[in-house]
Design a protein around this ligand. Structure first.
Ligand code: FAD
Length: 460
């Protein structure tokens, strides 16, 4: 009996663990036991908010449907993975013998520890444990420079990345053996505060097909415009739980620009794998010890709830609160406002984002937050502090995005919105919580002082 353990690849297409298990089982006449384990160590984390739990569980339900269509079914259990799998083998052995465990590799520090424990338990039982590449076109540890080290600069990473041979992709199996008689387990319902997008791999593949039509062709011109609905693929929250294979998207992409953007997925995973401490610490050592502010509860609440008094920032945070998604350009503006204008520790903003984003992913989110804050490897220069008003005018020239998310501003003239004139307050919209001219200077001065001190210390 072959166990297939799904973790962050809730799909049957391009699922190497399923593909290889099904092939081996067909050859030897063995059966398959696909399983998803709800791990309390992950589900109990602060960033696993009800919306992210519900998103995972509903997509698990959809994966069960995918398996049923193929003639099998999906087991769902809750508990520590090594214990759940141990019990599953114990149960299975009463009728048949579990011989193999298959899964696709994950790279976070916790995943590595968890998988090590599972491997040990399973091997003690005599199972063969087989892990596979599957969530990245090129896995962490694969794209290396001539000294055999991982890249810290995206451009160099990508130059090497394009030269490497691309992996073989796998279609969904046409049919699977039926699941041996066993309790499949209930998938619980979690109520959440947003309407979730449609679930499952079918919806994800349809969205990919739709995007590869007209939207991808004009993406290089439209991708920076949050006012244009559906100008980007909105596939990020399907990649991070794997209802869509990121490898398949990269394989089917036809334009340079979209392929280029997709490569960030591999890059940030590679950085986090090489530097696990970057989850908590500035990757650029000269930034460690920077005097980030802690921020008051009220300040953080105003930012989180879209009440800063800066329209683009507030529209972005309200979009995020209401949908679990935010346009990339606005994410940059909101993170810049938090880490540079408010000068609050990027770790706090990163955590808030991770809990609200359906695509919340440690490696991607940390990598981007550090880039915006300026403390990552190869990040923005400290003196490039965005002006959220100038940015609104270029990103959202007709103020359509702003008016979509801030009803208080719907009757205000666009020029007044971009100038933040007093009429923006007529409909009850918040007064600006800070003066960006002053906060820009504060950040630049603090950076200069800190970097001079820090460089001296590192050189000493
Ligand atoms: C502060 C901040 C936090 C972010 N947090 C996350 C996160 O937690 N999870 C996440 O997946 N992305 C994150 N991003 C990256 C990016 O904003 C989203 O991936 C993108 O907006 C998702 O929209 P899309 O799927 O329509 O992207 P598209 O524009 O259609 O791009 C296709 C895919 O390319 C990848 N991609 C594009 N840009 C980036 C980028 N800058 N970094 C990493 N991947 C990228 C994503 O997988 C995306 O789905 C963050 C960006 C910023 C500035």
């Amino acid at each position: 009996m072959h166990i297939i353990w799904h973790r962050t690849e809730l799909r049957t297409h391009d699922q190497p663990a399923l593909h290889h298990a099904a092939k081996m089982a067909a050859e030897s006449g063995e059966t398959l036991l696909p399983i998803v384990i709800i791990d309390p160590k992950i589900f109990g984390r602060q960033d696993l908010t009800p919306r992210r739990q519900a998103w995972f569980l509903e997509n698990t339900r959809a994966l069960r449907e995918s398996y049923r269509k193929l003639g099998s079914d999906l087991i769902v259990r809750e508990g520590e993975p090594f214990q759940v799998l141990d019990e599953l083998c114990e149960d299975a052995n009463k009728k048949d013998k579990a011989t193999h465990l298959h899964f696709v590799r994950n790279y976070t520090p916790y995943a590595k520890e968890r998988d090590g424990k599972v491997r040990e338990t399973m091997e003690k039982r005599g199972l063969r444990v087989l892990d596979y590449a599957g969530q990245y076109t090129h896995e962490p540890g694969e794209v290396l420079n001539e000294n055999g080290n991982p890249y810290s600069v995206f451009a160099a990473f990508r130059r090497k990345w394009v030269t490497l041979e691309k992996p073989e992709l796998f279609e969904s199996p046409a049919k699977l053996p039926s699941l041996p008689k066993t309790a499949i387990g209930e998938i619980r319902k979690v109520e959440c505060d947003i309407k979730l997008p449609d679930f499952g791999e079918e919806a994800a593949l349809q969205r990919l097909d739709w995007f590869l039509g007209e939207p991808e062709k004009v993406y290089d011109r439209t991708r920076s415009r949050p006012d244009l609905e559906d100008a980007t693929s909105k596939l990020s929250y399907r990649f991070n739980i794997g209802t869509l294979s990121p490898r398949l998207a990269q394989h089917r992409a036809t334009t340079y620009k979209w392929k280029f953007e997709l490569t960030w997925w591999d890059f940030f995973a590679s950085v986090m794998n090489a530097m696990p401490e970057s989850a908590h610490e500035e990757s650029n050592k000269t930034w460690r010890g920077f005097p980030w502010r802690e921020g008051t509860g009220e300040e953080i609440e105003r930012w989180t709830n879209g009440q800063t008094g800066y329209p683009l920032i507030d529209a972005g945070m309200r979009e995020l609160q209401a949908t679990g998604f935010m346009h990339n350009r606005v994410r940059m503006a909101c993170a810049d406002f938090f880490s540079r204008h408010m000068m609050i520790d990027w770790r706090q903003g990163e955590e808030i984002f991770r809990g609200l984003l359906l695509c919340g992913d440690r490696a991607q989110n940390v990598g981007n937050w550090q880039w915006v804050a300026g403390c990552g490897l190869n990040a923005r220069a400290y003196f490039r502090v965005s002006n959220p008003l100038t940015l609104s005018k270029t990103a959202d020239p007709e103020a359509l995005y702003i008016k979509r998310w801030i009803p208080e501003l719907r009757d205000v003239k666009n020029d007044d919105i971009f100038a933040l004139s007093s009429s923006t307050r007529n409909g009850g919209y918040a007064a600006p919580m800070l003066d960006t001219k002053q906060t820009r200077i504060r950040f630049i001065e603090a950076s200069k002082t800190h970097l001079a001190k820090s460089k001296n210390e590192l050189e000493a």
